[in-house]
Design a protein around this ligand. Structure first.
Ligand code: ARG
Length: 544
């Protein structure tokens, strides 16, 4: 809609318009074009705005107002209605784009030999939402799970398994994690253990059979476990290309960095200097590679393999400096401009009681959170009157959708940079800004429409309450665009919450069944709300 109007305005006035959302109550769109022209033409913005206003004839507007040099455009009743009908016609395809560009998204990326921590949950959920949004806008999207399955820590783990005489086949992920924690505890007293760990990693890198065997078992176990969690979360990542995948590409990267004089020797190691940031190592003095070496190889691979226009890394804010170093290193190598790379750095995850910690072994496991979410969602279902008719199986299914949806929404409703403070009451409330609230609103629309049966796609005059919702529906495309441009799924969450709130108010104050117009509005609301949830990776239960 906005683009369409910008084109109309260009045709009628001959000027470029970049429309913004108008302040509440002052129309649908606003423009500061007169201010931009004022400098060039040496006239007052207000004077220019007034003369622009005269040129605007399109009946897509009910009125155009000049206000201190700004122009405010009010969409006509007809334009609003037509857009709502378009939603009814195009259904879940309404707003679909044809960007025709390619983006690689690196997300989730947990580390093996550890349970899937709550920390990687954010990356998985936000990364998947960004994925869905871009895909809907017509991007070719490639999702990569950069599994942490390589590096000195696995040497340390193998060393400790051997030292304790454990059979890796018999160890659970939890036990592997405990073994790793024990290594660190003991190494505090016996620093020489660090060296032993490094040696085992060197063996692993050289292809030592025993090191390889143990590592392989740990990796397989982890992947099986992660797979279950992804299934639960309804997330599917296109490629698992873990750090170990780049093993045979690392030597070339190191050589190329030396040849191009991007890296230089320092105290037996190989480092890259940046000037505006601390240096970073790509080869340690014992000859082993680093997290950065593997990320450089990954970047090179992605650029070559997928020719992306954009590469997104959904990783915690604690890796901000590191990623700046990586993007800068890639540019120094001449592989791509660093502007092609974006770090979407999510904030930390905290319980009301304090921060989650891994090192001290005080980890909260994602699995526990998810099963608790499902249990709490069951309580909602059990107490709901509309869910009474459901069978046990259906109730179980609905609880899963509600519980998982609640956890996802809780993460997506605020800007990714902000910390998430986990508070069960807020996560599952049916009254406020929560996943269940939005799902409930969808189900409510659905049941109204079901009860009413067929309706005629007609709309007479809209009252204020109705117009408010239709206006909101028209804003969907802007929210979508804004969310994609800023890698911010929260824009869609906020938008959906507003729409749901307005709809529920409408539901409480207006008799819907019996009015074609109101049923049409309900239907359009249902389509848009469902689409928003769908883009956020949240399903809607049949009943709740
Ligand atoms: N495995 C890493 C961690 O848990 C995250 C990897 C993110 N992706 C990347 N290309 N570095 O910290």
């Amino acid at each position: 809609m906005r683009k369409k109007i910008e084109q109309i305005l260009k045709k009628e006035t001959g000027e470029e318009f970049r429309l913004e959302r108008a302040p509440e109550g002052r129309g649908d769109y606003a423009s500061n074009t007169a201010f931009l022209l004022a400098k060039k033409e040496k006239k007052s913005p207000s004077e220019l705005a007034k003369s622009l206003k005269k040129k605007v004839k399109a009946d897509i507007f009910s009125k155009v107002e000049e206000e201190n040099g700004f122009l405010n455009f009010f969409l006509s009743e007809n334009a609003l209605k037509e857009e709502a009908f378009l939603v009814l016609e195009e259904k879940e395809n309404y707003g679909k784009g044809n960007a025709g560009k390619t983006v690689v998204i690196d997300y989730s990326s947990p580390n093996i030999a550890k349970s899937f921590g709550i920390g990687h949950l954010r990356s998985t959920i936000i990364g998947q939402a960004i994925y869905n949004i871009h895909e809907f806008l017509g991007w070719k999207v490639i999702g990569v799970n950069h599994l942490g399955d390589w590096g000195t820590q696995y040497g340390k783990l193998i060393y400790q398994i051997k030292k304790e005489g454990k059979n890796p086949e018999k160890l659970s992920l939890k036990e592997l994690e405990e073994i790793y924690v024990r290594f660190h505890k003991e190494a505090e007293k016996n620093p020489e253990m660090e060296e032993e760990g490094r040696k085992w990693f060197a063996k692993l890198e050289k292809g030592d059979e025993e090191a390889r065997r143990v590592w392989e078992i740990c990796r397989k176990k982890s992947l099986d476990e992660f797979e279950k969690i992804y299934r639960d979360l309804n997330v599917e990542i296109d490629y698992v290309l873990g750090e170990s995948f780049y093993e045979d590409k690392l030597e070339d990267v190191v050589k190329e960095a030396e040849k191009k004089k991007v890296a230089k020797k320092s105290k037996g190691a190989l480092i890259i200097e940046f000037g505006d940031m601390p240096p970073a190592m790509i080869l340690k003095s014992d000859g082993s590679t680093t997290y950065l070496t593997r990320d450089m190889a990954a970047a090179k691979y992605r650029l070559k393999e997928f020719s992306p226009d954009l590469l997104i890394y959904e990783i915690g804010v604690d890796q901000t400096l590191y990623l700046r170093q990586l993007f800068s290193a890639v540019e120094k190598m001449g592989w791509a401009k660093k502007e092609k790379f974006v770090h979407v750095g999510h904030g930390m995850f905290r319980l009301k009681e304090g921060r989650f910690s891994t090192r001290k072994g005080r980890t909260v496991h994602l699995e526990e959170v998810l099963s608790l979410a499902k249990k709490k969602a069951e309580e909602i279902i059990e107490s709901s009157a509309t869910a009474k008719g459901l069978s046990r199986e259906e109730k179980k299914e609905a609880s899963k959708i509600i519980g998982i949806g609640a956890v996802k929404y809780n993460d997506l409703k605020r800007h990714y940079k902000r910390d998430v403070v986990f508070d069960w009451d807020q996560v599952l409330t049916l009254k406020g800004d929560s996943g269940p609230y939005l799902q409930y609103t969808c189900v409510r629309c659905e049941s109204v429409l079901e009860k009413a049966g067929k309706y005629k796609k007609e709309m007479e005059e809209l009252n204020d309450e109705e117009r408010k919702i239709v206006r909101r529906i028209v804003q969907f495309e802007e929210a979508l665009e804004n969310a994609a441009e800023n890698f911010s799924p929260n824009v869609i969450a906020e938008y959906a919450f507003r729409l749901a709130k307005e709809f529920n108010h409408f539901y409480d104050t207006c008799q819907i069944v019996g009015s074609d117009k109101r049923l049409a509005i309900t239907d359009a609301t249902r389509i848009i709300l469902k689409k928003c949830l769908n883009l956020l990776g949240i399903s809607v239960p049949q009943k709740m």
